[in-house]
Design a protein around this ligand. Sequence first.
Ligand code: DQA
Length: 147
Amino acid sequence: AHYLIMNGPNLNRLGLREPNVYGRETLEDLEHKLIAFADRNSIEVDFLQSNSEGALIDALHEAEGIYEGIVFNPGAYTHYSYAIRDAVASISVPVIEVHISHVYAREEFRHTSVIAPVADGQISGLGFQGYELALLALIEKIRGNHH
Ligand code: DQA
């Protein structure tokens, strides 16, 4: 099975950006970890990072029929992009929202996700491990569907 890992705005700055909040590991480090996780679990993963709302929306649309699931960190778009929310709602591919930091322990504006109500689940505050846990949930979901 084939999964898409999507990272939104500013996540290309991982490792450099606010290391006290997001840690010192880079996006490349994250991708290497997820490739190793994919190998252990006999799945395939593709990666997409974009700082642009439209590119993220296009990628969501194009995922239909291609991927079994999407792990999505929409960055700050999480908190206000109705366009990305509608794109998630428009596809049948399951989407799990992931945040590296614990958004509910941070500024008030980060406590709202406009994406979460149309996602299949949300993980916040577990660092890079959140992406692996989201993938695991998607894998289990697919296996469940086949029984
Ligand atoms: C984030 C949390 C968002 O509030 C923030 O805008 C990000 C990263 C996270 O992974 O913790 O860019 O999605």
